[in-house]
Design a protein. Structure first.
Length: 508
């Protein structure tokens, strides 16, 4: 899982919220998964990671994350992506109101506006959070809820407004009457409220509802009853408010997120041939004029420089691709592909692969922990593991860098401008010097000095007439006999003309 982008720093003393509270203790039963709901991944981040990233630019001094279901995994993940966040454990999931009360109790010193957000608000963008902050400040309300009008409000809390359009309550679908269910404006599960007003109202929240839970949404009605000013802000982009409750919704959200990423890339000048089959994590970077061919996936911290062509059918994980490089039908992880390098078709670059400018790793080649120098080539059918190859060197087809003795890994070094033969085994540790050659079919076990030619194979032994003797009557024997007959005829045709005087050589 990729790390969060660094949060945008807020000038000292102007942090616009006292705290961010993320509600992430729910089980997410409908996901039908052993993975805690907020740890499901899309676009290179967990759901939780997306929510934290949307809130990060607020520069809140305190971020509190309420965990419960699958807590060990969620706590470990949180420590990895947001080590400064304060985790709060909610033993029993007694509702969003209960969860928020626990979170605020963990930061008793926090005052002023507090952002509370559902852990599954994974499409929420920083810009939408910013809208909510601006609307909240402008209104002077003590609580502002983010809302949206959605085509299908099923399962969501409805925003009840009075005749004048003022927000009066949030009613959960299970508790709503028919008229309320007809309301298309829903609660996005994102709130900005004054800490002390919210704390006070939460103390009065009961659990007299269909689920017997303490609803955060009841805070709004309680504040209204108290005569406190509350409001709702309709999100400019309703898509930002979509939550995620099952695998079908997760797939749909993943698609939406990917569309957003590709839109941004294309606006910036990246060529995306087929947006439907191209998947780019929010953490990947692609420069203008790079080309992404169909079936490309760019995952994690992958970067692709200008003019590079990636794909078709290529997956890059945490891989760097240099300017003008070409990576075709390849799977690469933690690899560095230098400028003007050619990879594939059908190559597998494993961690620690570094290909210098203009190098080539061709078809059915696997590399691991290997440096290939500038302009050097490993064109066909080879395994290069634990190796350093110099510049301008050519590795013959079907070569294996034999790096593993069954216990430990060993290194092979090949110098500059070497020419190794096809079907070589380099039995590490071993080295081949600058400008050296090796013969085809060699098993290189001893170091080869610069400029030498190493031949390490058995000599050929040919037994003439073996098939006629040992395999008589076979098609092979018949073919051999026919070939011999033809050779005999040719030899006769080439006999010198017996007429004297017509040939200077044939009359002896
Ligand atoms: C909630 C809102 C609903 C809104 C919808 C938007 C309430 C009562 N309802 O409904 O108005 O339209 O979100 O998606 O808040 N959680 C805890 N502890 C708990 C219960 C929940 O941390 O005890 C967390 C969950 O992990 C989740 C979030 O709170 O991230 C929302 O809970 P969920 O059960 O999904 O609420 P909804 O029924 O979707
Ligand atoms: Mg929900």
């Amino acid at each position: 899982m990729s790390q969060l982008e660094p949060s945008v720093p807020t000038p000292a003393g102007t942090s616009r919220v006292g705290a961010v509270v993320v509600l992430a203790a729910g089980q997410g039963t409908r996901m039908r998964s052993r993975t805690p709901k907020v740890l499901h991944e899309l676009g290179g981040r967990s759901m939780l990671g997306h929510v934290l990233a949307a809130a990060a630019p607020l520069g809140a001094e305190r971020t509190v994350v309420v965990v419960g279901s699958g807590r060990d995994a969620v706590l470990a993940h949180l420590a990895a992506i947001a080590p400064d966040a304060v985790p709060v454990v909610q033993e029993d999931q007694r509702g969003t109101g209960h969860a928020t009360a626990l979170a605020l109790a963990a930061v008793p010193d926090v005052s002023g506006p507090v952002l509370v957000v559902n852990g599954d608000a994974l499409l929420l963008r920083a810009a939408t959070v910013e809208e909510l902050v601006t609307a909240h400040r402008a209104s002077g309300d003590v609580l502002t809820v983010l809302t949206a009008e959605v085509p299908d409000p099923t399962g969501l809390g409805r925003i009840v407004r009075d005749a004048a359009g003022a927000v009066r309550a949030i009613v959960e679908e299970r508790d709503a009457d028919e008229a309320q269910r007809a309301i298309a404006e829903v609660n996005a599960g994102v709130y900005l409220g004054d800490a002390s007003a919210v704390r006070a109202a939460l103390a009065g929240v009961g659990s007299a509802n269909q689920q017997g839970e303490q609803y955060l949404t009841d805070v709004l009605g309680l504040l209204v009853a108290d005569g406190a000013p509350v409001g709702g802000h309709r999100a400019t982009d309703p898509e930002d408010t979509l939550g995620c409750n099952d695998q079908r919704e997760l797939a749909a959200r993943r698609r939406t997120l990917n569309d957003r990423v590709l839109d941004d890339l294309m606006r910036a000048g990246v060529v995306v041939i087929d947006p439907l089959t191209t998947w780019v994590d929010v953490t990947a970077e692609v420069a203008a004029e790079a080309v992404l061919q169909p079936g490309t996936q760019l995952r994690g911290a992958t970067t692709v420089a200008a003019g590079a062509v990636v794909g078709p059918d290529t997956t890059l994980v945490d891989t760097e691709v240099g300017e003008g490089a070409s990576v075709v039908r390849a799977h690469c992880q933690l690899a560095v592909v230098g400028p003007e390098v050619s990879v594939g078709p059908f190559a597998y670059l494993r961690p620690g692969t570094r290909l210098a400018r203009g190098a080539k790793v061709g078809t059915f080649v696997e590399t691991k922990n290997a440096t290939v120098g500038a302009g050097s080539k490993v064109p066909h059918l080879s395994y290069v593991g634990d190796a350093t190859i110099g510049e301008g060197t050519n590795i013959g087809a079907a070569s294996v860098f034999v790096n593993y003795d069954g216990v430990a890994k060993h290194h092979t070094t090949i110098g500059n401008h070497a020419r190794t033969g096809a079907d070589n085994m380099f039995v590490a540790p071993v080295s081949v010097g600058d400008g050296a050659y090796t013969a085809a079919g060699s098993v290189i076990t001893d170091d080869v000095p610069p400029g030498a030619m190493a031949v390490a194979r058995g000599r050929q032994h040919t037994v003439e007439g073996w098939v006629a003797k040992r395999r008589p009557g076979t098609p092979a024997a018949a073919a051999a006999e026919a070939a011999e007959a033809r050779a005999g005829e040719r030899a006769e045709d080439q006999l010198p003309d017996p007429t004297p005087g017509t040939s200077s050589e044939g009359t002896r």
